[in-house]
Ligand binder design. Structure first.
Ligand code: HEC
Ligand code: HEC
Length: 288
C-alpha cells in the first residue's frame, strides 16, 4: 500500500519533470512541437494542452458571454479571432491592459484576472485554428456560399496589386484539395510558415518566401539573411552562404529591419469581414 503510494508520487514527479523540460525545450526552440496544418496563426509553437484548457475555462467564465463561446464575436463583444490585438499578442501582454480596464469607455469591462490567467486565455485564443476563425461550423456546411461576383470586385480592389487570376494564380484552385484548404491558403498562404524559413508543411505548389532580416551593425555594416528567431533581446539569421549569425539587441540597437513577404496578408487578416471571406473563396473556386 505504502509502496504503491511512493511509486505514484515518483511517477507524478517524473511526469512533471518531463513537462518542465519540454517547456524549456520549447522556449529555446520555438519551432519545436509545431502542429501540422491547419495551424494557428501567426506562426506559434504548439502550447501544452493543460494551459490551453485552463485558458479556455477562464475565457468561458469571464469573456464568452460577450465575445461568443468560440471567440467569434457576440452581440456585445467583437470577434477576437481576427482581432489585431489578439493576432499581435504573444502571451497576454497586449490583452492585459484591455482586460484591466483600458477600454471601459468602449464597453469592455474591467475584469479581475491575474497576469497568469490572462496569459492562459491568450494561449487558448492563439491555439484556435485558421478554419475556426471564419465559421465554427465550417466543417459541416458548404463553405462555398459567397457571391463570386462580389468576390471578384473585392479581389480587384484588394489583391490585384500583387496577384492576377490569369497570371500567378492561374490554376490555383486546381491545386487545392478542398475549398477549405483553398480558403485557408488564400487567407494565409503556407499557414504563415514563411516566417523563419522552417514553417509548417504547405499544400503542394504553394511556395512562400521566408521572412528575411537585415541587421545594421554600429560600424554601418549590413548583415542579411533568413530570420531564424527574434525577440526583444536577440535576433538570429542564416546568411545565403549558410552561416548562422546572432546578435543581441538593446532597445533599437542595432537597427533591425524585417522583411515579411506576407506582411500584407497578415495585415489584411484583420480587415476581412465574414462576407468578404466567403465572396473571395467563391470567386477563387471558379479559377480552376
Ligand atoms: C460585458 C461584455 C464584455 C466582456 C465580459 C468582455 N469583453 Fe472584451 N470587449 C467588449 C467590447 C464591447 C469590446 C470593444 C471595445 C472597443 O471597441 O474597443 C471589447 C474588446 C476586447 C478586445 C479588443 C479587441 C480589438 O481588436 O480591439 C479584447 C482583446 C477583449 N475584448 C478581450 C476580452 C477578454 C479576454 C475577456 C475576458 C477576460 C473579455 N474581453 C470580456 C466586451 C466585453
Ligand atoms: C502586397 C502584396 C499582396 C497582396 C495585397 C495580397 N497578396 Fe497574396 N501573396 C503575396 C505574397 C508575397 C505571397 C507569397 C507567394 C508569392 O510570392 O507569390 C502571396 C500568396 C498568395 C496565395 C498563394 C499563391 C500560391 O502560390 O498558391 C494566394 C492564393 C493569395 N496570395 C491570394 C491573395 C488574395 C485573395 C489577396 C487579396 C484578398 C491577396 N493575396 C493579397 C502578396 C500579396
Amino acid at each position: 500500500m505504502k509502496r504503491g503510494l511512493l511509486a505514484f508520487v515518483l511517477m507524478a514527479l517524473v511526469g512533471w519533470c518531463v513537462v518542465q523540460s519540454q517547456r524549456v525545450a520549447r522556449a529555446q526552440n520555438p519551432g519545436a512541437g509545431r502542429a501540422p496544418r491547419p495551424q494557428a496563426y501567426p506562426d506559434r509553437p504548439k502550447a501544452p494542452q493543460d494551459v490551453v484548457d485552463r485558458g479556455k475555462a477562464v475565457y468561458g467564465v469571464s469573456c464568452a458571454f460577450c465575445h461568443g463561446s468560440d471567440a467569434g464575436g457576440g452581440e456585445v463583444g467583437p470577434n477576437l479571432l481576427r482581432s489585431g490585438v489578439v493576432l499581435a499578442d504573444q502571451s497576454g501582454e497586449l490583452l492585459a491592459p484591455i482586460i484591466h480596464g483600458g477600454r471601459m469607455d468602449k464597453g469592455m469591462p474591467r475584469i479581475e484576472l491575474t497576469d497568469a490567467q490572462i496569459s492562459d486565455v491568450a494561449t487558448w485564443l492563439h491555439s484556435l485554428k485558421v478554419a475556426s476563425r471564419t465559421d465554427p461550423n465550417e466543417n459541416n456546411i458548404d463553405i462555398v456560399r459567397g457571391d463570386a461576383k462580389s468576390g471578384e470586385a473585392y479581389f480587384q480592389k484588394t489583391c490585384a496589386s500583387c496577384h492576377s487570376i490569369t497570371g500567378d494564380l492561374q490554376g490555383f484552385a486546381a491545386k487545392m484539395p478542398t475549398p477549405k484548404t483553398l480558403q485557408q491558403t488564400w487567407m494565409l498562404p503556407g499557414g504563415g510558415g514563411g516566417r523563419g524559413g522552417f514553417g509548417a508543411a504547405q499544400p503542394a505548389g504553394v511556395h512562400v518566401p521566408p521572412t528575411t532580416v537585415t541587421v545594421t551593425l554600429p560600424g554601418g555594416e549590413k548583415v542579411t539573411g533568413v530570420m531564424n528567431r527574434i525577440d526583444d533581446f536577440y535576433v538570429g539569421l542564416t546568411q545565403t552562404d549558410g552561416v548562422v549569425k546572432g546578435f543581441t539587441r538593446m532597445g533599437d540597437k542595432p537597427l533591425v529591419e524585417i522583411h515579411d513577404p506576407l506582411a500584407a496578408h497578415r495585415e489584411l487578416l484583420r480587415k476581412y469581414t465574414d462576407k468578404d471571406i466567403h465572396d473571395v473563396t467563391a470567386y477563387l473556386v471558379t479559377t480552376k
